[in-house]
Ligand binder design. Structure first.
Ligand code: ZN
Length: 290
């Protein structure tokens, strides 16, 4: 199944629903960064959440950045997604390893530790919108839910899953976000709570061959689901020499002069795809002198 995201409404517009299958892009991230299984699950969940968040972007050049920073051994997670659902991300420690947690699952909360979640929405305006919440669980789905409730005041349920097989290869990845719009009543809220607790984990459903549409049907069929659109998502890094030049420029003249003196140039590596760019002494002098 190709990776894609569906957006839907239900309950006569009182429920907004998004679901995604992201197996291929999580596999790609694992390959690009040589991620440990634990890092794959942590980054995969974050990328899946960001993919779904990108569906609210309307402006062509808009982007969402989701940053998780904690005191655990993974060090931090950064994911960027644009309005066409091109997703890229990395973790600070791609080889992070911890024993399984008490439920026999990858210990994502232990890898992340205590810290915060940042959501930066760059809508192409002068100032980006920045939302910031402390991590309440570190398992990521609960933290995304808390972000929506606390920072955007939208009652939300988030499910994210990355399933691996015995050889630690990604079998399936995906998730859903359900949000209550103004006008949703108590009955709708308890209906959703009951549904969520009655269905298997989302990664298991995807592994069984269920599509995002099937999952929304399982969750909301009595509420008359209407699919609004379906759009592809993928792992894609848009780095370029020009972008790297701009990054080097921000280091300032003194530091660039040091790089010339010490290394007769500089190698810049993209965090998101690991592509390397070499800047010679001549290139660096050009950067300094504009
Ligand atoms: Zn790149």
């Amino acid at each position: 199944m190709e990776d894609y995201i569906v957006r839907a409404t239900a309950g006569e517009g009182t429920i907004r629903a998004i679901a995604a299958t992201t197996t291929n892009l999580v596999k790609e991230a694992q390959k690009v960064h040589g991620l440990s299984p634990l890092a794959t699950v942590a980054l995969g969940r974050t990328m899946t959440a960001a993919a779904m968040m990108s569906t609210t972007l309307k402006e062509e050049k808009a982007a969402v950045t989701v940053q998780i920073k904690g005191d655990g051994p993974i060090g931090g997670i950064v994911v960027v997604v644009d309005s066409s659902a091109n997703i890229k991300g990395y973790v600070h420690n791609p080889l992070v390893y911890l024993p399984l947690n008490s439920q026999g699952k990858y210990d994502v909360a232990g890898a992340i530790g205590n810290g915060y979640l940042n959501v930066i929405k760059d809508l192409g305006l002068k100032e980006p919108y920045v939302g910031y919440v402390d991590l309440i669980s570190g398992e990521i789905a609960e933290d995304i839910t808390y972000y929506y409730v606390y920072s955007e005041q939208i009652p939300t349920v988030t499910a994210l899953g990355v399933l691996t097989n015995a050889t630690e290869i990604v079998v399936s990845a995906g998730g859903f976000i359900l949000q209550l719009m103004p006008g949703a009543d108590e009955e709708t809220i308890s209906f959703i709570e009951n549904k969520i607790s009655s269905i298997p984990p989302v990664s298991e459903l995807l592994a069984q061959g269920k599509s995002p549409e099937d999952i929304l049907d399982m969750l909301l069929c009595e509420k008359d689901v209407k699919i609004i659109d379906k759009s592809p998502c993928r792992y894609f890094c848009n780095c370029s020499r020009e972008r790297m030049e701009r990054n080097i420029m921000t280091l300032g003249k003194d530091e660039i002069m040091d790089m010339i003196k010490e290394n007769q140039g500089a190698e810049a590596q993209c965090h998101f795809c690991n592509k390397k760019y070499w800047f010679s002494e001549e290139d660096l002098l050009k950067i300094i002198n504009g």
